[in-house]
Design a protein around this ligand. Structure first.
Ligand code: AMP
Length: 417
């Protein structure tokens, strides 16, 4: 039998409901915050990711699915979405009409990481990206939107981790300080980091090799090197988060694994997932639009890992699974035919109605209604049809009411809503 590729997975019925619920909740919230959907391809020219994520990052060095297409052009299955959204913003000159744009996008990403619980080679993200706003208030708004989404999804075990990565003005001084440390610890660094220490010292900070971690344990904090503008920006973000009652912790060592970040970076972590504790991450990338050939426009965004979020939300799954509003227990063929018309009518009216199609008698039908968690059961048999009424039973209170069969869809709608 042909099996799935390692690190890939099927999302099966019974799971897809939760995925869709998370996606729909996000979309509805993001649209309230003024975001519009954008859809970008899953493949791009390899160069796009090399230039945005950075040549010296783990993603570009080791994790991309890159291959030549039949003509020999190098293409890559996207490891993240921001680069594509930026490319699209530039390519369609979206900034010309209005540089301020807010986008969201949902879809699969591909990274050839070592698979483990919470880490897949095809995984899914919900991205939000804002272009054209330099104010730190937008940083706060994005974090507020994320935190609100998690609370809507009843995810409470969440901690916001924050750092500032400065800008090209303040970063060289920090890199100099790092370089000093790295020079003295050169023997402890892995081969990749020895190379990185010269070209891109910041990346040594997120190397996962234990000896590198140990060597960098005493590394200075970038927040201590920020220029006055970056300091003011970060101070405002922190103040406004406090005003919004959003608790956060400053994580001086968090650099995030992509080169394009500047200033505010953040990650949402949870204690519910074990080692893969990050459910969302993001930050400013104020120089990326220009670096990829567009105008100088500031930007900020985040990505939520849907696979991980599903795992957390699944812990409260019972409360989220949609149950029938009404189950029709129809006894006998004639009643079943009528019931079928009614459930069709109810479904069209947005009422979740269900029935059994196998001609069971009352006891197993009630059992089925119970199993589905139906709020109401409508009982109808030959006698009820003759009398022109049916019995509507509230499954929680056990109250029963006799309701006329004439305009039953309308009657049920009124009773249960
Ligand atoms: P990043 O694009 O690396 O900033 O990651 C953003 C979020 O995507 C993380 O916080 C994770 O929730 C999720 N994520 C990243 N890589 C993976 C992966 N290999 N498998 C599952 N989720 C991932």
């Amino acid at each position: 039998m042909i099996q799935l590729i390692r690190g890939f997975k099927d999302i099966l019925p019974g799971e897809t409901e939760l995925w869709r619920y998370i996606e729909e909740t996000s979309v509805s919230l993001f649209e309230d915050f003024g975001f519009q959907e954008i859809r970008v391809p899953v493949m791009e020219r390899t160069e796009l990711f090399q230039r945005s994520i950075g040549e010296e990052t783990d993603i570009v060095e080791k994790e991309m699915y890159t291959f030549p297409d039949r003509k020999g052009d190098l293409i890559t299955l996207r490891p993240e979405a921001t680069a594509s959204v930026v490319r699209s913003y530039i390519q369609h000159k979206m900034y010309a009409k209005d540089p301020i744009r807010k986008f969201y996008t949902i879809g699969p990403m591909f990274r050839r990481e070592r698979p483990q619980k919470g880490r897949y080679r095809q995984f899914y993200q919900i991205n939000a990206e804002v272009f054209g706003i330099e104010s730190p208030l937008i940083d706060v708004q994005l974090i507020l939107m994320l935190v609100t989404l998690f609370s809507k999804l009843l995810v409470t075990d969440i901690e916001v981790h924050m750092n500032s990565l400065g800008c090209p003005k303040c970063r060289p001084k920090f890199q100099e300080a790092l370089a000093g440390l790295m020079l003295s610890a050169k023997d402890k660094l892995c081969k990749d980091c020895r190379r990185r220490s010269e070209k891109n010292p910041l990346r040594v900070l997120d190397c996962k090799v234990p000896s590198c971690r140990e060597a960098m344990a005493g590394a200075p904090a970038i927040v201590d090197f920020l220029c006055p503008e970056c300091t003011r920006h970060f101070e405002t973000v922190k103040e406004m988060l406090e005003k919004q009652n959003i608790p956060f912790v400053i994580d001086k060592r968090m650099v995030r694994g992509l080169d394009y970040y500047t200033r505010t970076t953040f990650e949402l972590q949870t204690g519910l997932l074990g080692a893969q504790n990050a459910v969302a991450g993001g930050g400013r990338y104020d120089n990326l639009v220009e670096a990829l050939g567009g105008p100088a426009q500031p930007a900020i965004g985040f990505a939520i890992g849907i696979d991980r979020l599903v795992e957390i939300v699944a812990l409260n799954k019972e409360e989220l699974v949609k149950k029938p509003d009404v189950f029709i227990a129809a006894l006998g063929e004639e009643s079943m035919n009528r019931a079928f018309e009614w459930i069709c009518g109810l479904n069209l009216e947005g009422i979740r109605a269900d029935m059994d199609f196998s001609g069971k008698n009352l006891k197993p039908l009630m059992k089925r209604a119970d199993k589905l968690g139906a709020e109401y059961v409508l009982i109808v048999g030959e006698r009820e049809l003759e009398e022109g009424s049916a019995i509507l039973r509230n499954m929680q209170t056990k109250d029963q009411a006799v309701i006329p069969i004439n305009s039953i869809v309308k009657n049920i709608k009124e009773k249960i809503r």
